[in-house]
Structures are given as structure tokens and as C-alpha cells.
Design a binder for this molecule. Structure first.
Ligand code: HAM
Length: 419
């Protein structure tokens, strides 16, 4: 039996699993700080949900969906992205939900791509959505939430890019203009785009190939052809970003890989990852998505950050991986006779909410201290004969070996008070 996990997936083990755990905990913390409610939708959905919303010409639908027929003959797909499922769940439960509905989710997504640095077949996203608000203030709220998350991590090599890709009123005309421009440039495009640009010309703007990029630079820009309502909305977004003090760059060639977007599109680009995988996260408005699912007109805006592998890799490259947080203390007993004392202490500590671990069975003192170190314990609590008689514990700070004697009855409080 091959013990490796399937291609494009990874096993998370300590200490990296601890770093991932911190990224996830940070996402919950920041989402709650901004008043988002946690939602959790199924890991698989009817294939139609993604086929209708992501777009027939998107990479996700054309080549990346994990689709299968279940034993009941239903066509199902492992969730490649979180927005369509959250909007579906909102529409299905809208009588019970507030408007606006501020939702977030943290969890795995699956896309069948070619695994490489920053691209895997199973990855984890922090997904934030505001459903039911058309004003630019909602766009600002989600971007501020993502910014806060990234700044709490201390990630430096990352910047926010924004654009407007118009709506159903102004985009068709722009699309036609772009097709006409690309027709004249076709020989310079990659084979894939030369064949396909008429289906979705905006995708060419997203191509990382140097020749396509040159073509994109000179192409007509959507921001120069917005209809009045889209222009007013985008001006509101840009003004809001200024007001919030959120640094951003206007990138007129920025488009997104999924088809449901309208108006605002944005991405956090990471400096440390290869060009095709540099997006640490992205999002935008999707004012027509609910209608694609048969719901009433319902505006929405959100983003997803790729916690893993991308943000994890970006943090690693800056030496800022959140460190594995081990237990507060490791109880060390000297000699088999003191084991019951050790277990008492363990129960008292855990009872007081202090995390604590110990060895199984008798081990020499040195071996137990090594175990304490591996468990990431901040303190080793040593109970020897002398301590047992005196009703004390020797508290050893693992970082520098500094030791103090503390009465057993006070030890839980003492540990809790250490910053
Ligand atoms: P997306 O741009 O397709 O947007 O994905 C968001 C992020 O997920 C990417 O920036 C990247 O960090 C990560 N990601 C995507 N595919 C992979 C992969 N194969 N391997 C590793 N990381 C990956 C969405 O998914 C939208 N649902 C975002 C959104 C929310 N828009 C509005 N609300």
C-alpha cells in the first residue's frame, strides 16, 4: 500500500499542522470581530450549481471539477469554491436569515489542477460574503476584513489590486470591443487563447504568458468604458478605500477566473509565489449570482483567501510562520510512587483550564524533560520526593531553564498569570 496521500494533497503533521491551526483560528477571530456569522455548507453539491455559476468557459468548470455520479445516479461535484454554495444556502433558508446576511466559512475546496508550488488539488480557503447589500460600503467592509486578517499575520510581501469589470449593461459592449482588438492581435496569443478568446475575451487579460500580457497592456480597458451606475459604484469603492486607509493599486487588466462577477474585482497578490499562483486571495461583487440560481435579484460581495497552501507558503518565505502552540505545562514525576501525585496535579490543572500533559509510564527525569520540550510546553512541573513532602512543585521555564518553587495548591493560578 502506498502510504503517501493522493497527488495534490498533503498530510498536515506538527509543527506545520500547528501553523495551519493558527491560520484557521485567526480567520475565525477576524470574521467574528467584523460581525460575520459562521456557515458550513456540504463538501459536495449538485454539479449544476457550479456549472451554472462559475461559467462554462472557466478553468474550474472546463477542467478542474471533481465530478462523480453517486449510487443514486446524481451528478455531484466536490466544492471547488465557496460562494455559490453559500448563496444557494442563503436562498434556501432566506426566511430565517437576516438581510444583509454576513457569512463566513473556513474549510477545504477541491480543484483538479496540475499540482505545483502554491497549487494543490485540496486547499483551504477563508471565505467571507455579504449578501443583500448593493452599496460600495459592503465592498469596503469585506476588503477591510481581509486586510485585517493579513495584517494580523504580519505578512509584508502582499498588496491589494482592484478593478471594476462592469455589469450586464456595459460589459457586453466592452467585450465586443475587446474581441475586435484581439482579432488583430491573434497571432501573438497563446494557442489556447487564440482558439478560445471569442468565448470569453476577458480571460486573455488574466493570462500570465508574457506575449499575452503585452497584448493585454495595450487592450481597451473596462474602467474606461463603465456605464454611469458602475462608474459611480467604482468611484465609491475607491473613495471608501482611501477613507479606510487601505493601500491599493488600480489594475485595469485585473479580471477573475469565475464568471459570476460584476463591478468590483480585487485580489491580494503575494510577492513570493510564482506568477500563476501569486494570488493569495481574491473576490468581488456577484450581483447576478442569486438570479442564476433562480432566486430574486440579490446583490452580494465577498472574497476568499487561500490559507493553504498559498498564505502558509508566503508566511514561510518571510520566516513568519505562526508557531506551534504547545501545552502550557508538562507534569514530570520522579519515581513510580509519585505517579498518583502527578495525576492529581494534571487533573487540577486541566480543571482550572490550564492545558497540561504528562508521560505514560515511568521514565527517567531527563527523558521526561525531553518529552516536555517536544510537547512545546512552556513549563515543566516537577514533583520529586522533596516537593511531595513540602507540598510544592518545582516550576521550570522551558525557554531558559529558570526554576521556581510554587505551592501545589497555587500552581494552576500561578501558571494562568504568566503572560
Ligand atoms: P478564487 O480566486 O478562485 O476565488 O480563489 C480564491 C483563492 O483560493 C485564490 O486566490 C488562491 O489563494 C486559492 N486557490 C484557488 N485555487 C487554488 C488551488 N488549486 N490551489 C491552491 N490555492 C488555490 C474564489 O474561490 C471565490 N469563491 C472567492 C469569492 C468569494 N468571491 C466572492 N466571494
Amino acid at each position: 500500500m502506498d502510504l503517501h496521500p493522493p497527488r495534490g494533497t498533503v498530510d498536515f503533521i506538527p509543527p506545520r499542522s500547528g501553523a495551519l491551526r493558527e491560520l484557521v483560528a485567526g480567520a475565525h477571530r477576524v470574521a467574528e470581530l467584523f460581525g460575520f456569522a459562521y456557515v458550513d455548507t456540504p463538501g459536495f453539491e449538485q454539479t449544476e450549481l457550479f456549472a451554472r455559476t462559475s461559467g462554462e468557459s472557466s478553468d474550474v468548470v472546463r477542467k478542474e471539477m471533481y465530478t462523480f455520479e453517486d449510487r443514486g445516479g446524481r451528478m455531484l461535484t466536490l466544492r471547488p469554491e465557496g460562494t455559490a454554495p453559500i448563496v444557494r444556502a442563503y436562498l434556501a433558508n432566506r426566511n430565517e436569515l437576516p438581510v444583509p446576511f454576513k457569512a463566513y466559512f473556513v474549510g477545504p475546496m477541491w480543484r483538479y489542477g496540475r499540482p505545483q508550488t502554491g497549487r494543490s488539488r485540496e486547499f483551504r480557503q477563508f471565505d467571507v460574503e455579504i449578501i443583500g447589500v448593493a452599496e460600495p460600503s459592503a465592498d469596503i467592509e469585506v476588503m477591510a476584513c481581509g486586510e485585517r486578517y493579513l495584517s494580523d499575520l504580519g505578512l509584508e510581501g502582499c498588496h491589494l489590486e482592484v478593478n471594476s469589470i462592469g455589469d450586464q449593461t456595459c460589459r457586453p459592449q466592452y467585450r465586443q470591443m475587446l474581441i475586435e482588438y484581439l482579432e488583430g492581435q491573434a497571432p501573438r496569443l497563446t494557442d489556447e487563447h487564440r482558439e478560445r478568446f471569442r468565448d470569453n475575451p476577458l480571460r486573455v487579460l488574466d493570462c500570465k504568458d508574457p506575449a499575452c500580457r503585452e497584448v493585454s497592456e495595450d487592450a481597451p480597458k473596462m474602467v474606461d468604458h463603465l456605464c454611469d451606475p458602475c462608474r459611480v459604484h467604482f468611484d465609491g469603492v475607491l473613495a471608501g478605500l482611501e477613507e479606510e486607509g487601505i493601500k491599493h493599486q488600480l489594475v485595469p487588466t485585473l479580471v477573475r477566473g469565475l464568471d459570476y462577477y460584476t463591478r468590483t474585482a480585487f485580489e491580494w497578490a503575494g510577492d513570493a509565489l510564482p506568477p500563476g499562483q501569486a494570488s493569495l486571495g481574491g473576490g468581488g461583487r456577484y450581483d447576478g449570482l442569486a438570479e442564476l440560481l433562480g432566486g430574486p435579484p440579490t446583490p452580494g460581495v465577498g472574497f476568499a483567501l487561500g490559507l493553504e497552501p498559498r498564505i502558509l507558503l508566503a508566511l514561510e518565505s518571510e520566516g513568519r510562520l505562526p508557531s506551534f502552540r504547545g501545552v502550557d505545562c508538562f507534569v514530570v514525576t520522579v519515581g513510580a510512587a509519585l505517579a498518583p501525585r502527578g495525576r492529581d496535579l494534571l487533573r487540577t490543572l486541566r480543571g482550572a483550564g490550564v492545558s497540561a500533559d504528562t508521560s505514560f509510564g515511568e521514565r527517567p527525569l531527563k527523558a521526561q524533560l525531553r518529552m516536555a520540550d517536544r510537547a512545546g510546553a512552556r513549563f515543566a512541573l516537577i514533583v520529586g520526593e522533596h516537593e511531595a513532602e513540602a507540598g510544592t512543585v518545582t516550576v521550570r521555564r522551558m525557554a531558559d531553564g529558570h526554576q521556581e518553587t510554587v505551592p501545589s495548591t497555587d500552581v494552576a493560578t500561578w501558571i494562568s498569570q504568566q503572560a
